[in-house]
Design a protein around this ligand. Structure first.
Ligand code: B4P
Length: 190
């Protein structure tokens, strides 16, 4: 089983590359951002809570996110493997994922960290904001998301370095070039 964590700051290409990865490797895909946006458009209680954090560029609380993954994990594990996109975003979430996967006798095979400079992240997200309709794709919220990434999410890199499953790759260039680097990493751990 190939369990992949696709990791990086907001706008690094996690969602974009996940689409390519699931097609080539036939993995189940779970994006916490997509799940939260579906809850928001469904006007659920979880969606109302999530919206209040997302609109400010803050992380949704760990217990909400971990509960959401817990509800999905059974339908995800098995078969070829899973790609976790936008999760874990805190060390607490990374520990929870490890425990959840252990219940199915499996673990994270590799964490792929997409490295992209801050200016490029801002440019991409502002560009997406012109058409996405996403409430968090405006300059003020983008800057907040990047600073939240630096303080709360970046420590997850050291968590996976300690587990010896971390790989950083350059996330700048064409989508195909970056996908080429990702496939080299995934083929080496398969
Ligand atoms: P996400 O939906 O995960 O949003 P994101 O970090 O901005 O990543 P996304 O996948 O959308 O962008 P991508 O890099 O693919 O999360 C949104 C919010 O939900 C968070 O801020 C948080 O509040 C909450 N949330 C989600 N998960 C959570 C968790 N686990 N814990 C707590 N809170 C959580 O792409 C960005 C843009 O770049 C795209 O427009 C794309 O077209 C473009 N792009 C991609 N690759 C490119 C390339 N090579 N060159 C040029 N442009 C490129």
């Amino acid at each position: 089983m190939l369990n992949v964590v696709i990791f990086g700051p907001p706008g690094s290409g996690k969602g974009t590359q996940s689409e390519n990865i699931i097609k080539k490797y036939n993995l189940a895909h779970i994006s916490t951002g997509d799940l939260l946006r579906a809850e928001i458009s469904g006007h659920t209680q979880l969606g109302t809570i999530a919206k209040s954090f997302i609109d400010k560029g803050e992380l949704v609380p760990d217990e909400t996110i971990i509960g959401m993954i817990d509800n999905k994990i059974e339908s995800l594990v098995g078969n070829e493997g899973v790609i976790f996109d936008g999760f874990p975003r805190t060390v607490e979430q990374a520990k929870a994922l490890e425990e959840l996967l252990a219940e199915y006798n499996t673990k994270v095979s590799v964490m792929v960290n997409l490295e992209v400079p801050r200016e490029e992240l801002i440019d991409r997200l502002l560009k997406r904001g012109e058409t996405s309709g996403r409430s968090d794709d405006n300059l003020e919220t983008i800057e907040k998301r990047i600073s939240v990434y630096e303080s709360q999410t970046k420590p997850v890199i050291d968590f996976y370095k300690a587990k010896k499953v971390h790989k950083s790759i350059k996330g700048v260039g064409s989508i195909d070039e970056i996908f080429g680097s990702i496939t080299e990493v995934l083929d080496s751990v398969k």
